[in-house]
Write a protein that binds this ligand. Structure first.
Ligand code: QAP
Ligand code: CO
Length: 168
């Protein structure tokens, strides 16, 4: 197991479109396990492979208080089930320290493969629906700050760039 480096906005590598996983093999399972270790250590509730600079369609998530509900989504596909939108104050390990309201469809159908490569489907609502949509956006090179005004996004970008310079 290993803790992976998390890319931070505005790193252009976060804009990469991830490629589908052709076969869920030992290498993919190793990536999944390293992503869980990285997410739990951060700590966070969701992590997409894009954020650790691996451009494969892999997402890990655990919405429980006690890290008892690890979820794996390989090659996830989303289908909104309603036009109704819900607002949630989102954050992101790639945009540390910033939280803003984002509107997303309230219910989505998710199709994915699990850690064994078995296909499954679920209907997501609430925080699960928010999180899977946020993480699938990462696989398509999109960040929650893209839903904000240019002014808000630019302010966040400048603040993070300043921090990155200080840390360099
Ligand atoms: C995505 O986000 C998400 O700013 C997962 O300083 C967030 O795990 C989905 C984190 C909200 C749905 C709702 C953020 C940790 C973790 C920070 C995360 C920070 C430290 C974010
Ligand atoms: Co994120």
């Amino acid at each position: 197991m290993a803790i992976l480096n998390i890319l931070e906005f505005p790193d252009s590598r976060l804009r990469t479109i991830a490629k589908p996983v052709a076969a869920v093999d030992e290498g993919v399972r190793q990536l999944v396990d390293d992503m869980f270790e990285t997410m739990y250590e951060a700590p966070g509730i969701g992590l997409a492979a894009t954020q650790v600079n691996v451009h494969k369609r892999v997402v890990v998530m655990d919405l429980s208080e006690d890290r008892s509900e690890p979820r794996v989504f390989i090659n996830p596909e989303l289908e909104p089930l309603t036009d109704e939108m819900d607002q949630y104050q989102e954050g992101c390990l790639s945009v540390p320290g910033f939280y803003e309201n984002v509107d997303r469809p309230q219910r989505v159908k998710v199709k994915a493969l699990d850690r064994e490569g078995q296909p499954y489907e679920l209907i997501a609502e609430g925080l699960l629906a928010v999180c899977i949509q946020h993480e699938c956006d990462h696989l398509n090179g999109k960040l929650f700050v893209d839903y904000l005004s240019n002014l808000k996004r630019d302010r966040i970008k400048k603040k993070l760039e300043k921090l990155h310079k200080q840390n360099a």
